[in-house]
Design a protein around this ligand. Sequence first.
Ligand code: ADP
Length: 321
Amino acid sequence: IRKIGVLTSGGDAPGMNAAIRAVVRTALFHDIQVIGIRKGYNGLLNGEIKEMYSKDVSNVMNLGGTILHTARCPEMMTQEGLNKAAAIYKILGLDALVVIGGDGSYRGMAELAKLGVNCIGIPATIDLDMNSTEYSIGFDTAVNTGMDALNKLRDTSSSHERCSVVEVMGRDAGYIAVWCGMVGGAEDVMFPEAKGVIDSQKVIQQILENRSIGKRHNLIVVAEGVGGTQKLAKDIQDITGIQTRATILGHLQRGGSPTAIDRMHASMMGYHAVKAILEGKENQVICFNKGKYEIIGLEESLGMEKTLDQDIYNVIKILAI
Ligand code: ADP
């Protein structure tokens, strides 16, 4: 192994820089040359590359976003684009390509693997919606940002005796929502996995019950994958007469200096990715499951299933009385 490439792809996540740093420095430690590829798969196709030295990853651990920048890359969805990417990988003389990204980026890796590219994945998405791993880089920072927002909204909702409906990110998954709901002390959480269990009528009923027992303000979390936050706020106000405000956190949750948890996982996963390459592993992804870092075949990882532990929701309801 003499030379590897590294890129960040798909949606950005706080901690990606710590992962880049770990990949670059672990590789350099083992005398492997590292090529940084900008803007995800786009950089591979357009030749936006640059050799990375140790100093290139100085002072980046604490930064949100990604110093390599990231983007979606539609060209990768065509056979022509994939052939070109694989050809450039070979021209560059790379022995492996480390991709830091989400499930979409992993699907891109699987296509490149068919063309002889040795792809190693590091899971990074704030949404936690990757089936092969219980942790993905960025989640903890996003939840902390959500918690911070909920704390602040709680202050003002309490002063004005209002109801606050807060939409958090998560795409089609409710991980961020239930975590924010729990740690922010929300009364209720609407998340996609609970379809049929919790709906707006039940939430409104809950608000009315809580008011009848003396609660003077309300905090409701809605997952991006459920949506309809403005309408829910309006319905709550119309039906209950309680002043209700909707807040959509949106991309705020994508940014910020990564938490200790994100820096730790990113550093360890970056190290494990390079270690796997040194051991001659091909087309694998790094995972964190049952408290341990492990490595799983790329194809296998894409076929795996994971479910949100709905017990968290049951506890939120118990604690919301
Ligand atoms: P994430 O990695 O955060 O889930 P996306 O779903 O946007 O983000 O995927 C990132 C990129 O991965 C896409 O823009 C595309 O270039 C590539 N990609 C996704 N799915 C495929 C696929 N089926 N074949 C080839 N490339 C893909």
